[in-house]
Design a protein around this ligand. Structure first.
Ligand code: URP
Ligand code: ZN
Ligand code: ZN
Length: 467
C-alpha cells in the first residue's frame, strides 16, 4: 500500500487549524505533526501555502439512476471520478426500488452498479411504496446491510409520493430501528394541480416547472414532515432545502429542540429562477430540478440559515443529464428529466462564495462539506475528521489558484453545467481517497472499483447532537 507525506500545509478540521505535516499509510492517517520525516518510498506532496482538509462527503447523489424515461448520465465510475477531481472522497447515493420491487433486490442492483466507484460510497434507501414486506425488509437493511437512512417523498404524485398514512408508518418504523428519516419536502398534490393548470394555460416551457413548484409548497411539506417527526420523536433530515419558508420551519423546530437537520446545495445559495426564462431551451431545461431554483431573495435567506447553523450540511443532488436527454421535455416541461450535476463543483463553489466571500471560515467550510455529513450519517470519525487512524481521505486546496468552471473542462459526463463560466479562486490541487492519490494537480488517476462500500450502524439516542 502507498505512503504519502503532505508537507507544509495548514491542516484544517471543523474545530480549528494548525501548520502540520500529515503522513498517510495503508489508507489511514498515520501521523500529524511538525517536520515529519518522509519514510522510504513515500510520495511527498508539497502543500506550502495551501490548506489540507478532510475530503468532501457528498450525502446526496444519484448515479446511474433510471428516471423519467432515461438514465442519469453519470455512472458510479464517471460520477465518482468527477467527485475526486473536485475534492469529494465519499458519496452517499440513493437506492430506488421499482414499484413493488423488494428493497433488498434493489440494493443488490445498486451494489453491482456501484462496484466500479473510485471513491468510497454508502447508500440511503428510498421508500417508494409501503407494505408489511417493505417494513420487514427495513430491519434486514439496517441490521445486515448497514443502510440506516430512509428517504420519503412528499412530492412527485403518482410516481414517488407517499400518502401521510404511509409516511407515519415509515417514520415509526425508522424510530423502532434507530434509522434516520430523510424527506424530499414539497407538496405533491398542489404541484400536480399547478402542473396541469400550467399546461392547460399553454405554458409548456421550462418556466412552467418553476411556476408549478412555488416555495410555499416546500414550506408546507417541510413543516408537515417536521410535525410528524417531532410527535413521533424520530430524527429528521430534510434534503435539498431551497426555500426561505423551509429554512424558517427548520430553524424554529431546532430552537425548540426537535432533532432536525437541514441540507442545502451550492446552487440554492447562488442561482435564481431567472434561469428558467433563458431563451435557449437547453439552458432553461438544464436547470430543471426539484425543488427548482428560487426567486431572488431566497438565496440570501438560505445563506443566513447556513451561517446560523440551521442548515448544517451540503450535498449536490448530483443527478445530471445531457442536453439531448433534457430535450425529452421539449414540448412539455413535466417531461424534462429532473436533476442537475454538481458533484465536481461543490467544494470549489462553497470555498469561493463562502470563504472568499467572508461568510464561512475554513473550519465552517470543513463542517459544511464533510464533518457534519459524517456525523449525520454515522461515518464519524472514520470519515470527515483528520484524526490519526481515520481514513486518509483528504484534499489540498490552494487558496490563490483560480479556474473557470465549464462543461468543456469538467469530468462529469454531461455537456451542461449550471456553473458555466464562473470564475472561482481556491482550487483543489490534490485529492487522496483512502491514501490513493486520485487527483494530482490536474492529473485524474481514477481507478475503476477502488472505492469500498460503507455499511453504517444504526443511531443511538444522542443522534447527531453536535450538528
Ligand atoms: O430534481 C431532482 N432533485 N432530481 C433527483 C431526485 C430528487 O428529487 O432528489
Ligand atoms: Zn429530492
Ligand atoms: Zn435527490
Amino acid at each position: 500500500m502507498t505512503t504519502n507525506l503532505i508537507r507544509g500545509g495548514t491542516v484544517v478540521t471543523e474545530r480549528g487549524r494548525r501548520r502540520a505535516d500529515v503522513l498517510t499509510r495503508d489508507g489511514r492517517i498515520a501521523a500529524i505533526g511538525d517536520a515529519i520525516e518522509a519514510p522510504a518510498g513515500a510520495e511527498v506532496i508539497d502543500a506550502g501555502g495551501c490548506y489540507v482538509m478532510p475530503g468532501g462527503i457528498d450525502p446526496h447523489t444519484h448515479m446511474q439512476l433510471p428516471m423519467m424515461g432515461t438514465v442519469v448520465a453519470d455512472d458510479f465510475f464517471t460520477g465518482t471520478a468527477a467527485a475526486a477531481a473536485g475534492g469529494t472522497t465519499t458519496i452517499l447515493d440513493f437506492v430506488g426500488p421499482e414499484p413493488g420491487q423488494s428493497p433488498l433486490e434493489a440494493l443488490a442492483i445498486w451494489r453491482d452498479r456501484a462496484a466500479k466507484a473510485t471513491v468510497d460510497y454508502g447508500f440511503h434507501m428510498t421508500v417508494l411504496w409501503w407494505s408489511e414486506a417493505f417494513s420487514a425488509a427495513m430491519a434486514t437493511l439496517v441490521n445486515d446491510h448497514g443502510i440506516v437512512s430512509f428517504k420519503f417523498f412528499l412530492a412527485y404524485k403518482g410516481r414517488l409520493m407517499l400518502p401521510d398514512e404511509d409516511l407515519l408508518a415509515g417514520f415509526r418504523r425508522c424510530r423502532e430501528l434507530g434509522a434516520l428519516v430523510q424527506v424530499h419536502a414539497e407538496n405533491g398534490e398542489l404541484i400536480a394541480y399547478l402542473q396541469q393548470k400550467m399546461l392547460a394555460d399553454g405554458i409548456t416551457s421550462p418556466l412552467g416547472h418553476a411556476l408549478s413548484r412555488p416555495s410555499q409548497c416546500e414550506g408546507e411539506a417541510t413543516l408537515r414532515a417536521i410535525t410528524m417527526a417531532e410527535i413521533l420523536d424520530v430524527p429528521l433530515y430534510v434534503v435539498h432545502v431551497s426555500a426561505a419558508e423551509a429554512a424558517d420551519a427548520i430553524g424554529q423546530a431546532r430552537r425548540r429542540g426537535v432533532k432536525v437537520i437541514g441540507e442545502t446545495l451550492p446552487g440554492f445559495l447562488a442561482i435564481d429562477d431567472a434561469v428558467y426564462r433563458a431563451e435557449n431551451f437547453d439552458v432553461a431545461a438544464g436547470h430543471v430540478m426539484s425543488p427548482p431554483y428560487r426567486p431572488k431573495g431566497h438565496q440570501e435567506a438560505i445563506w443566513r440559515a447556513v451561517e446560523a447553523g440551521t442548515l448544517s450540511t451540503t450535498g449536490t443532488d448530483h443527478c445530471c443529464f445531457t442536453k439531448a436527454q433534457k430535450r425529452l421535455g421539449r414540448d412539455d416541461f413535466t417531461k424534462i428529466p429532473n436533476g442537475c450535476g454538481g458533484v465536481e463543483e461543490r467544494l470549489h463553489v462553497l470555498w469561493h462564495l463562502g470563504v472568499n466571500g467572508g461568510r464561512l471560515t475554513p473550519e465552517r467550510f470543513v463542517a459544511l462539506t464533510s464533518a457534519n455529513a459524517a456525523k449525520a450519517f454515522n461515518l464519524w470519525p472514520r470519515k470527515g475528521s483528520l484524526e490519526v487512524g481515520a481514513d486518509a481521505d483528504l484534499i489540498v486546496l490552494d487558496p490563490e489558484r483560480t479556474k473557470t468552471l465549464s462543461a468543456a473542462t469538467q469530468h462529469q459526463n454531461t455537456d451542461f453545467s449550471v456553473w458555466e463560466g464562473m470564475q472561482i479562486k481556491g482550487v483543489v490541487t490534490h485529492t487522496l481517497a483512502r491514501g490513493r492519490h486520485v487527483w494530482a494537480d490536474g492529473d485524474l488517476r481514477a481507478e475503476r472499483g477502488a472505492g469500498s462500500y460503507l455499511p453504517r450502524k444504526p443511531f443511538g439516542a444522542a443522534y447527531a447532537e453536535t450538528i
